[in-house]
Design a protein around this ligand. Structure first.
Ligand SMILES: [Zn+2]
Ligand SMILES: [Zn+2]
Length: 138
């Protein structure tokens, strides 16, 4: 079991868990770029059952290119994106890795929507790159 924890900027939202990520990767899609404030969002998915969240996030819904409904949960006070839930990933929470107390817990294995990566934020060379979503979903 791998233990991890994280929090937003103001500390109003925090979480901890102890499970191996189901997947971990950088997403270069337009929604993630806008939400992250950078060229991609660093994300890892863990089972909801292994995760404890303290504080009330707010959420807004988007329909992803895949057709799935994605809910972005963020801190209502400081605005930091915390995690996503996705109707195509039932039972999982997709955590924004930049909120980790120990960001090195995050080991990106894949880059998704690599075809949309910006000239100034190219997919990490050590990752397996997918033009859109990996075939297994994610
Ligand atoms: Zn906050
Ligand atoms: Zn994305």
């Amino acid at each position: 079991m791998a233990e991890f924890s994280g929090r937003c900027l103001c500390g109003g939202i925090s979480y901890k868990g102890e499970s191996e990520p189901v997947f971990a990767g950088n997403c270069h899609c337009t929604d993630c770029r806008k939400a992250s404030g950078g060229g991609h969002m660093a994300l890892f998915a863990v089972p909801e059952s292994g995760l404890e969240v303290a504080g009330e996030t707010r959420g807004y819904d988007l329909t992803a290119d895949s057709g799935a409904k994605v809910t972005h949960h963020f801190c209502p006070n400081c605005g930091v994106p915390m995690f996503n839930t996705n109707t195509s990933l039932p039972g999982l929470k997709v955590i924004v890795a930049s909120t980790l107390d120990d960001p090195e817990f995050y080991k990106p294995a894949v880059s998704i929507f690599a075809s949309r990566a910006l000239s100034w934020d190219q997919p990490h060379p050590s990752t397996q790159q997918f033009d859109t979503m990996p075939p297994t979903g994610g």
